[in-house]
Design a protein around this ligand. Structure first.
Ligand SMILES: [Zn+2]
Length: 87
């Protein structure tokens, strides 16, 4: 298990129930269940920019200040899902 989802950056350390699922039902070691279910991304057409907007909206809903949300999503392009795209 990584410390954070490699798609949206959600902290997953110590929270195995947040893990996504593979086709065979195993827990994903890389992605959370918001991003990845049954072996596929839930938003397969997302670009990293769209994921950033999605995360900012979700964090604002949860009461995060916009500045903190922005600082958080700046790291998203370094995550596995996005850093390997097109490589
Ligand atoms: Zn995720």
């Amino acid at each position: 298990m990584k410390n954070q989802c490699q798609s949206c950056g959600m902290p997953m350390k110590g929270k195995p129930d947040l893990a996504g699922t593979e086709v065979d039902g195993r827990k994903s070691a890389l992605y959370c269940h918001y991003c990845y279910q049954d072996g596929a991304f839930t938003q397969p057409t997302f670009t990293v920019e769209e994921m950033q907007q999605f995360c900012i909206a979700r964090m604002k809903e949860q009461g995060f200040p916009a500045l903190l949300a922005w600082l958080f999503v700046r790291k998203l392009p370094k995550l596995k899902r996005w850093s390997e795209a097109g490589a």
